[in-house]
Design a protein around this ligand. Structure first.
Ligand SMILES: Cc1cc2nc3c(=O)[nH]c(=O)nc-3n(C[C@H](O)[C@H](O)[C@H](O)COP(=O)(O)OP(=O)(O)OC[C@H]3O[C@@H](n4cnc5c(N)ncnc54)[C@H](O)[C@@H]3O)c2cc1C
Length: 176
């Protein structure tokens, strides 16, 4: 069966796109490899009506709401290749299954490369964050350090909790 749209990436962006398409009665397939960017965070903040929920709870809820639309389906798989063949996009999955669609939406997010700084990976989403919004009520009264990462892919700065201290020798003292 050919779809109207294949959405590659079933996290916040991909599911948002799928929801709009579902409302337009499009046959949509969402392919997702299950690694949303904020999977390291215990709680999600700054999203109206959902403050303090776990990231996975938000995605589970969005998925279940989408499944009430009969034209939407999901596959937990990684897209490894896509190409245009005539009027259609042909998407190959890691499982080897090939699917086609009239349109393709890439909602694959970004991957944070944390490996080059010792200690960063295990603190990511806990005491090292990429943005103020994600702190919620937990860190509101804490002193924070701001750190612009040389390794960042684009522009994201980093914030880390420093307790009462504001005098820091970065980067090592930045890892509480
Ligand atoms: C630690 C941390 C905490 C955060 N907390 C918050 C918060 O509290 N509030 C907030 O608003 N934002 C928060 N963010 C930002 C938020 O995570 C991102 O804005 C959001 O995840 C972006 O959604 P996305 O759908 O664009 O990408 P992603 O969430 O990265 O999702 C991309 C999806 O595509 C899938 N994928 C990638 N390639 C393929 C492929 N080839 N085939 C199939 N699937 C594929 C991935 O597995 C993944 O599920 C946080 C980010 C981090 C790092």
């Amino acid at each position: 069966m050919s779809y109207d749209v294949i959405v590659i990436g079933g996290s916040f962006a991909g599911l948002s796109a799928a929801l709009q398409l579902a409302g337009s009665r499009r046959r949509v397939l969402v392919m997702d490899s299950g690694e949303p960017r904020n999977r390291f965070a215990k709680f999600s903040h700054g999203f109206f009506g959902h403050d303090g929920q776990t990231p996975s709870a938000l995605l589970v809820k969005a998925r279940s709401q989408l499944l009430s639309y009969s034209t939407v389906s999901f596959v937990d798989d990684m897209a490894t290749h896509s190409a245009k063949a005539g009027e259609e996009f042909v998407v190959t999955a890691a499982t080897g299954i090939v699917r086609t669609a009239s349109r393709l939406i890439l909602a694959t997010g970004v991957r944070d490369n944390l490996s080059t700084i010792p200690g960063l990976q295990e603190r990511w989403g806990e005491s090292m964050l990429h943005c103020f919004i994600v702190m919620g009520t937990k860190w509101l009264d804490d002193a924070l350090a701001y750190w612009r990462l040389a390794i960042a892919l684009s522009k994201p700065p980093c914030f880390c909790r420093t307790g009462a201290t504001t005098s820091l020798s970065l980067p090592t003292a930045c890892l509480p």
